[in-house]
Design a protein around this ligand. Structure first.
Ligand code: ZN
Length: 202
């Protein structure tokens, strides 16, 4: 499966001149929500990710996603793995388990995101699960921005990665972008203006 082509077809992999959330500039940008706009495409990607997880032999009881970004990918992954789905969400800045969701002691939970950059939100979700007695047995994302090392990839882990080194991380593809400090950005030097797509628009 050509994951990069699927992202391009969905207008989820943008080319141009962008300001990343880190403040650095790049010629590419992933607008992850766009790849999930078509439920059939979302299902296709989640089924592929589920197959990789199943092949690992790892047992998963529950998929938990941090809202909002992980909801769609996590829900589709739970469907493909045939397990239940819960989510955690931010209230007054703090990630919390709400809405009557609970986990049992030693329940095997996989934390799912649409994209893992450094894994900060995923780690907040994992902390909530463990405070509630569950075991976080894996992390998963459709896309990996190349800071963390996904199972089966030669792209090494970078110091920015917050995921634990001893818990498996599954993803479909590495999306490594050239990143530039604004002062050194060749696109700026060529006279272009960087845009910040963020979560609001293209
Ligand atoms: Zn620039």
């Amino acid at each position: 499966m050509d994951i990069e082509q699927i992202y391009k077809d969905a207008d989820a992999l943008l080319e141009g001149h962008f300001i990343l959330s880190s403040g650095n500039h790049s010629n590419r940008y992933l607008q992850s929500a766009k790849v999930l706009e078509d439920p059939k495409r979302a299902q296709l990607l989640a089924t592929e990710l589920a197959n990789i997880i199943k092949q690992s032999g790892l047992k998963i009881d529950t998929v938990c996603a941090p809202a909002l970004g992980g909801l769609l990918a996590g829900y589709e992954l739970a469907r493909a793995l045939d397990v239940r789905f819960i989510f955690v969400e931010r209230k007054e800045g703090q990630m919390q388990l709400r809405r009557g969701f609970s986990v049992e002691k030693d329940e095997k939970v996989l934390i799912c995101e649409d994209i893992i950059t450094t894994g900060g939100s995923a780690m907040e979700a994992a902390a909530i699960m463990e405070q509630n007695g569950a075991n976080v047995t894996a992390f998963a994302a459709l896309a990996n921005r190349g800071f963390c090392q996904r199972r089966g990839s030669d792209t090494p882990r970078k110091p920015e990665c917050k995921l634990p080194g001893d818990v498996p991380f599954f993803a479909l593809e590495d999306f490594e972008f050239a990143m530039y400090e604004p002062a050194d950005c060749p696109l700026c030097k060529a006279g272009g203006e960087a845009i910040k797509p963020g979560s609001r628009s293209k």
